[in-house]
Design a protein around this ligand. Structure first.
Ligand SMILES: C[S@@+](CC[C@H](N)C(=O)[O-])C[C@H]1O[C@@H](n2cnc3c(N)ncnc32)[C@H](O)[C@@H]1O
Length: 229
């Protein structure tokens, strides 16, 4: 049985981010950037999507974090400028042929003794069942695990692996739609075309959430800590 935990709890346990220079690759709306900054890390949030980066900046109320446009496979950062590079649910979004490059980029920007934290959702669980109705990520998630398996070629040795389960809480089917579409706007059309079966799956899977109108779905995750060799 996997432990129930949040992404931040596992990240904190494996990387001890306080007082360190942390890069969040694919920071989305910036939740993790702000949480890490609040813990005392100096954080750079990197996003390939202008829309996501604008959301992250708008959500930030002066945390002191910096936000930069850029991709995982071409980080807009100097060599040896970070202590921790995080890929939180991001590596499988990097084009398959560029995943090795993204890990090599992470190694390039790390200082001696630095670490890469790659957390990837596994291809199982209630949230996976729901999301695969909109976009089946079975193949790309497998490719991300394979790239992590080759990380030593980029000078990153495997230091630790933790599997855990996160609880994803969404406010109704609309909350589910906006979470999925925020990652990729082209999902909106697929979601709307599939709305009836998604609504049925939404009721069948998951549990009532702690807040009125919300539902919680389990998603198993694997976090792997890679150390600069
Ligand atoms: C599933 S979301 C995860 C967002 C956030 N890390 C989180 O855990 O909530 C994946 C994010 O990766 C971004 N992304 C996609 N391709 C990328 C790339 N090549 N380099 C960096 N970020 C990328 C997307 O824009 C999106 O914000």
């Amino acid at each position: 049985m996997r432990e129930q935990a949040t992404d931040l709890e596992i990240l904190q346990r494996l990387t001890r981010p306080a007082g360190r220079d942390v890069v969040d690759v694919g920071c989305g709306g910036g939740d993790l950037v702000r949480a890490l900054t609040a813990l005392g890390a100096r954080v750079s949030g990197i996003e390939v999507s202008e829309g996501q980066l604008a959301r992250a900046r708008a959500n930030d109320d002066g945390s002191g974090a910096r936000y930069l446009i850029g991709s995982g496979q071409a980080l807009p950062l100097d060599d040896a400028s970070a202590d921790v590079v995080v890929f939180m649910r991001t590596l499988h979004h990097v084009p398959v042929g560029e995943m090795d490059r993204a890990l090599a980029e992470a190694r390039r920007v790390l200082r001696a003794g630095g670490v890469v934290h790659v957390a990837e959702p596994l291809t199982e669980g209630e949230w996976f069942e729901l999301t695969r109705m909109v976009e089946d990520e079975l193949e790309v998630r497998g490719e991300a695990q394979a790239a992590i398996g080759r990380a030593l070629r980029a000078g990153l040795g495997r230091a630790d692996t933790v599997e855990y389960e996160v609880a994803i809480e969404v406010a109704g089917v609309e909350g589910c739609r906006s979470r999925m579409v925020s990652v990729d706007p082209t999902r909106a059309g697929v979601f709307d075309a599939q709305r009836a079966p998604i609504e049925a799956a939404f009721e069948r899977l998951g549990q009532p959430g702690p807040r009125p109108g919300t539902r919680v779905f389990g998603q198993p995750m694997r976090a792997q800590l890679l150390r600069a060799e």
